[in-house]
Ligand binder design. Sequence first.
Ligand code: SF4
Length: 87
Amino acid sequence: MSGPELTPFPCNGCGKCCRVVDRSPETVWLDRGDGTCRNFDEEARSCRIYEKRPLVCRVQDYYVAHLATRIKWDEFVKVNLDICARL
Ligand code: SF4
């Protein structure tokens, strides 16, 4: 997808968001039954389908597809980092 260059989302790979997919209506379908995503690899603490993960897990792509006209990228990053800190 073309568009303005976005600074990469500063994900530290903690994997917390992949463990609470039951908390959002957009990700609940990924829940394996205990709130963790069915694609999350506990040992490696990473996504088993990273290259093919759904749009909702792709921060930049999701932003461009759904939010770019409503909120600035830097602001979106800030909001998300606040959410990360509260997980
Ligand atoms: S699909 Fe991958 S990136 Fe998305 S919540 Fe599941 S483990 Fe995390």
